[in-house]
Design a protein around this ligand. Structure first.
Ligand code: PEP
Ligand code: MN
Length: 344
């Protein structure tokens, strides 16, 4: 249930409503918007309905939230977009995030060269995997804690917030030592224990859509993080499995405007993993930005031919600045603040 409070509701009114909601064993979450402030009551619907909150002092009206994802629903914010502040870089609403970096951290030189290039080219955050979800157990699995140290060095040097993947809750502490955003990979989108841990950590989470997951399933995964009181969730479309075999995955750009209707959370696109090849990354990025995506997470490498992971799809560092300019132009078409101007 969503309790819409009156503009002149007092703190007393809020406290009384929250106490009554919590008396049923439900949780109360206050959401302050520009226009209205609401209290979401998350719990047994029958019990909450029995409180008969409509007409209580300070309450304007009570509306049921019909979607199974409550805290992620657009309804809870009355259509207002969430804007996240990640180390001073904003994402969501009018703000576009360009997250760039290697698929995986391979060496100090590789990471710092890439970090410097993407920083100079206008990226707003640095990506880089320390723990890699590989299809083959014999493939390079990531440098682990060594990579985390290198990411910390790259962050100190460039000032770029770091996005890195967490695969196992046992690595949460070291990952939180450097991550400004914890990435939950496509293969872990429905790892509910992991989502809950990230929710409890309070660290912003970037949740990638599972290979065969519906938008509703993605939003339910976001709900696991939000439910723990962590409001900083970014959703990412990265391509889904279809009958098409000409490329790795089909980038579902319809998901961008659709998700933006269903949820207040920022929605970004990964144009690298769907095609799996460099020449398709730019057109997909431009399409995503023009479609109104709140950002892009893209793979960049100084020598893709020698990359230990995802070489064929990684942009070359020397091409990044020109690429970023084009993405900024497309993002401007969708009324996003130019991130290039901010970086210049
Ligand atoms: C990645 O970002 O490098 C990655 C493995 O992504 P995904 O989980 O979308 O496959
Ligand atoms: Mn990759």
């Amino acid at each position: 249930m969503m309790i819409v409070m009156k503009p002149d509701a007092t703190e007393e009114h809020f406290r009384a409503i929250i106490e009554r909601i919590e008396s049923t064993g439900a949780r109360a979450r206050v959401s302050s918007g520009v226009e209205v402030t609401t209290i979401a009551a998350i719990g047994d619907r029958e019990h909450i309905a029995r409180l008969d909150l409509d007409g209580s002092p300070g309450v304007d009206r009570v509306i049921p939230i019909l979607k199974p994802y409550k805290l992620a629903s657009a309804q809870i914010r009355h259509g207002e977009r969430s804007v996240l502040d990640i180390g001073g870089r904003r994402v969501g609403g009018d703000h576009f995030a360009l997250i760039a970096g290697p698929c995986t951290v391979e060496s100090r030189d590789q990471l710092l060269t890439t970090a410097d290039s993407v920083n100079a080219g206008g990226a707003t955050m640095l990506r880089g995997g320390a723990y890699k979800p590989r299809t083959s157990p014999y493939a390079f699995q990531g440098l682990g804690t060594e990579a985390l140290l290198l990411l910390a060095e790259a962050k100190a040097r460039t000032g770029l917030p770091v996005v890195t993947e967490l695969m196992d809750a046992r690595d949460l502490e070291p990952v939180l030592g450097v991550a400004d955003v914890v990435q939950i990979g496509a293969r872990n989108m429905q790892n509910y224990a992991l989502l809950t841990e990230v929710g409890r950590s309070g660290c912003p989470a970037l949740i990638k859509r599972g290979l065969s997951s519906t938008l509703e399933e993605l939003l339910m995964s976001a709900e696991y993080v939000l439910k723990e009181g962590n409001e900083n969730v970014i959703l990412c479309e990265r391509g889904i499995r279809t009958f098409e075999t000409a490329y790795r995955f089909t980038l579902d750009l319809t998901a961008v405007p659709m998700l933006q209707q269903l949820t207040h959370l920022p929605v970004i696109v990964d144009p690298s993993h769907a095609p799996g090849r460099r020449d398709l990354v730019e057109p997909l990025s431009l399409a995503a930005a023009a479609a109104g995506a709140d950002g892009i997470i893209v793979e960049v490498h100084p020598a893709p031919e020698q990359a230990l992971c995802d070489g064929p799809q990684q942009l070359r560092t020397e091409d990044f600045a020109r690429y970023a300019q084009k993405v900024a132009t497309a993002a401007a078409v969708a009324d996003k603040t130019s991130f290039i101007a901010a970086a210049a």
